[in-house]
Design a protein. Structure first.
Length: 204
């Protein structure tokens, strides 16, 4: 995971690495590096309103598990850090350690998204009307199978990937564009269908 940032996604399969990633400040640091490019621990601390030793420690922990690295060939006493990929993904499983790590990171993500939503609402009244209309919240109720939900998620991911090149190359960003956090959640409601439960028991 130490390749150039043009590698789009890394899939984490080690629960220890996922637990290391599942820390509010570490996830904010990676988001900062991915969104704004390489920066030093001092610069990151100023952007996140934190202290330099704390950011430096957590950047080293991210590097230990391959999520961040020093910019090669950079001069100066404090070399900048950069993210190693644009996105991080992981698969859930029945392995207890992986399931616990997945629950932990999902909980951290929900807290981060909630805070971002509150931050937006705090300044929404000062936003131009065109942005107030374009941004906001919404949901839809779907009746789908697990396979259909995976297919739908893949289609949304492919749509969002059209804008990936603008993350690393500011020249590709059209005039008037700005960073937007697009939050994706798929939350099943109700219990598991009886037919699916019966199918699982038939294989026991």
């Amino acid at each position: 995971m130490t390749e150039e940032l043009h590698q789009r996604t890394v899939k984490v399969t080690d629960p220890r690495a996922l637990r290391a990633y599942a820390h509010p400040l570490r996830m904010r640091l990676i988001g900062l590096l991915r969104g704004e490019g390489p920066m030093t621990a001092t610069q990151a601390a100023a952007r996140l309103d934190d202290n330099v030793p704390n950011c430096s420690f957590h950047l080293r922990q991210l590097a230990k598990y391959g999520f961040a690295e020093r910019v090669p060939g950079a001069d100066g006493r404090e070399r900048p850090w950069r993210a190693t990929t644009l996105y991080t993904s992981w698969d859930d499983s029945d392995d207890p350690a992986m399931r616990a790590a997945t629950d932990q990171i999902n909980s951290v993500m929900v807290d981060i998204y909630l805070q971002r939503a509150r931050n937006y609402l705090a300044i929404r009244a000062d936003e131009p009307v065109e942005w107030r209309i374009a941004a906001g919240f919404g949901d839809a109720l779907l009746h789908v199978t697990a396979a259909e939900l995976r297919e739908l998620t893949a289609e949304v991911d492919a749509l969002l990937a059209r804008y990936d090149e603008r993350i690393a190359d500011p020249a590709k960003r059209p005039p008037g564009s700005r960073p937007v956090t697009f939050v994706q959640m798929a939350l099943p409601r109700g219990g598991v269908p009886v037919e699916e439960q019966r199918g699982e028991s038939d294989h026991d």
